[in-house]
Design a protein. Structure first.
Length: 67
């Protein structure tokens, strides 16, 4: 599982936008988002770099991977 710390997510629209961005890279990805913690967890066959770029392109700032 890949976990990202993401800034700028504040509502369900944000959750949908980030989820869609990830699914555009891997339609079978499993995405869990914790708005309060600013954390996105992804089970995917794509690399962390590809997923980070997709989140960035959706307009959100990835501040690194979470432990």
């Amino acid at each position: 599982m890949i976990q990202f710390n993401v800034e700028g997510m504040s509502c369900q629209h944000c959750v949908g936008a980030v989820t869609r961005a990830i699914h555009e890279q891997d339609a079978a990805a499993q995405v869990q988002i914790d708005l309060a913690a600013g954390r996105v967890s992804v089970e995917s066959t794509q690399s962390a770099d590809v997923l980070k770029a997709a989140i960035d392109e959706a307009g959100y700032t990835v501040k690194g991977t979470a432990a």
